[in-house]
Design a protein around this ligand. Sequence first.
Ligand SMILES: *[C@@H]1O[C@H](CO)[C@@H](O)[C@H](O)[C@H]1NC(C)=O
Ligand SMILES: *[C@@H]1O[C@H](CO)[C@@H](O)[C@H](O)[C@H]1NC(C)=O
Ligand SMILES: *[C@@H]1O[C@H](CO)[C@@H](O)[C@H](O)[C@H]1NC(C)=O
Length: 435
Amino acid sequence: VKWFFSLVWFVVLIDIFCLSIFTKMHAALGICILSAVICMGRGHHYVGHDHAKAQTHQDTAPDDNIVSLVTAANQNFGFRLYMKLAAHADSQGKNIFFSPISVSVALAALSVGARGETHQQLFSGLGFNSTLYTQADIDQAFQKLLKTSSEETSEGTAVFVDHGFKPRPEFLETLKQFYFADGFNVDFTNSTESANTINEYVREKTKGKIDQLVENLDGSTVMYLLSYIYFKGKWATPFDPDLTKEDLFSVDENTKVVPVQMMNKEERFDIYYDQAVSTSVLHLPFNSSCSMLLMLPNDMKALENAICPAHVTKWLKWMNSRKYDLYIPKFSIKTSYSMNDVLTEMGMTDMFGDQADLSGITEGQKLAVSKVVHKATLDIDEAGATATAATGIGLIPLSFQYIPVLKFNRPFMVAVVDRHTKNILFVGKIINPNI
Ligand SMILES: *[C@@H]1O[C@H](CO)[C@@H](O)[C@H](O)[C@H]1NC(C)=O
Ligand SMILES: *[C@@H]1O[C@H](CO)[C@@H](O)[C@H](O)[C@H]1NC(C)=O
Ligand SMILES: *[C@@H]1O[C@H](CO)[C@@H](O)[C@H](O)[C@H]1NC(C)=O
């Protein structure tokens, strides 16, 4: 009994180019945001720059109302982003897995340095109403969302600044205070060395899981903003490795099947069958706050087109506990996205071009985002030696005679949710556990 739902990592990489006002571009500013996941927790500490504290924010307690509105906006953003990614040509025939909350955090941190129409687009793209909220409100909400820490999970951000680049002190200060950024000075003219510095930081923060975040660093980069998140959850009730057997997974209707290691467990599970989208939803808890939801639809397209935060709320509410013979594949997947297209489609256009106004990051140089990249991995495997008692509250089934089978042996969707904060930490679609 040594089963873990294991590590989840993801990376958002935002490269920002400096556009010279008078000539074609020269120096480039890279902002790279790497993230992984977290339920309740985050550890943070400050390193590096020692700027005088900029009093751009008042030290008032964040309004809980703003926090819940930001959470609702993040949920919405996450599913809008899922639909864009799923519809994208590059995603066809591939697994999808990413962290909505990570992308929101990354873009919110970027918006700290955005001004004018660029800021407006980031704000409305993320679902924040600028009539009602200022950037300072949003910063405070994220500070609260990201604040708590735990042993199993860690999360943070870092800024790598070139010796010759002068960001506004208040930009760095806000990232440190509200997004918990570490600060480092590097020499980006030596791209090998600076890439190594960044990669080493990420390797350490992700416990070796991501060891080559940056491969070819543009020599004209002047800044990297990096954020990481690490998540590790243990199933509340583990699977028995002895019951794991090779089985088949149907990748598509054209009878393409692939072999998988299928885990098995027969016991009480919380399940909801959603008639409206013909989907069985399985609730697999890690603990009292974090859960994984696995959605097995009859028609993937119908589920993908319908899924929204209200569904997740409904499923969690109406789950019923009863005995099932459950089969879930062991899998390990990696994803990588260039998000320029989808973010542009979502209205965040100006930051990528001549129109970009990122004057909140620095004075004197015109900046633009060159790339937003998001990477994620998800592994479900055995690791370690911890067993926990079964939880699972519910009604006693009327009959023990018939035990239905729930077998995730065809494409399904998955989400990692925090039931307390309502954050959707990850969402994805597994169409082939072998790629
Ligand atoms: C933003 O809030 C204002 C004031 O409540 C409202 O009139 C407007 O419709 C909101 N905008 C969006 C996009 O929701
Ligand atoms: C760049 O850094 C690497 C590693 O520290 C070093 O070996 C190399 O000599 C440096 N290159 C230049 C041009 O300074
Ligand atoms: C639940 O599990 C997650 C992931 O391991 C952990 O970060 C979090 O602190 C746990 N929460 C509680 C209340 O134990």
